[in-house]
Ligand binder design. Structure first.
Ligand SMILES: N[C@@H](CCC(=O)N[C@@H](CS)C(=O)NCC(=O)O)C(=O)O
Length: 206
């Protein structure tokens, strides 16, 4: 099957899809659309981005699949990355929803305020402190869970781990979160980066 991925090199939501494709050893064409570039503006203008955001996966029949976690679930279907039993799937999706509702909205937002020039005016000291505190609380939820299990949603790695890996991996370097406080998360990050097919988040296909 020929796949094309519209993805933003600097974005965690896009990184997680590139990582999943790497772990599944899938080949695909990559169209890079970086934040605030003419290429991204063109993609908006031409309607190439279903739901108006990146990433979008284009299937071989031309179907456009938006939403990073929906793409992960699609790619993982029928593989060990998505449990086949109802409870296992529900647990996996629970973490996937946690990622978009509670994790991305704090961890990725603080990183974006710190790193995108155009958002610097929104990074007031009060907001940054609030995001830091909320982020540490979100990371504590993961830390407590990972303290006695290797993977988020069962005995083997799943899309839950991939959904949460991208922005957790860069939470310290890009978001300023105090990752030394989260030993179990750091061990989990190391387990993911040791998986066969793992690709660095900044390893962008040409
Ligand atoms: N919930 C969506 C969020 C996608 C999203 O917010 N994408 C951002 C980059 S992280 C984007 O497309 N920004 C460019 C724009 O809005 O023009 C997902 O997980 O795919």
């Amino acid at each position: 099957m020929t796949l094309t991925l519209y993805s933003m090199p600097s974005s965690g939501n896009s990184c997680k899809v590139r990582l999943m494709l790497g772990l599944l050893d899938r080949t695909y064409s990559h169209v890079g659309l970086e934040y605030e570039t003419p290429e991204l503006a063109d993609a908006h203008t031409t309607g190439a981005l279903a739901m108006g955001k990146v990433p979008v996966l284009i299937l071989d029949d031309g179907t456009a699949l938006p939403e990073s976690n929906a793409i992960l679930c699609y790619l993982a279907d029928g593989t060990s990355w998505m449990p086949s039993d109802a409870l296992g799937r529900a647990r996996t999706l629970g973490w996937v929803f946690f990622e978009q509702n509670r994790h991305e909205t704090v961890i990725a937002v603080r990183a974006a305020l710190q790193n995108y020039e155009s958002r610097a005016h929104l990074a007031t000291p009060q907001r940054m402190v609030e995001l830091l505190d909320s982020g540490h609380r979100v990371l504590r939820v993961m830390e407590d869970h990972l303290a006695d299990q290797a993977w988020l949603a069962g005995d083997t790695p799943s899309v839950a781990d991939i959904a949460l890996y991208a922005c957790t991996h860069t939470a310290g370097s890009q978001g300023g979160f105090e990752m030394h406080r989260f030993a179990a998360i750091n061990d989990w990050l190391a387990r993911i980066s040791a998986l066969p097919g793992y690709i660095e988040l900044d390893d962008i296909p040409t």
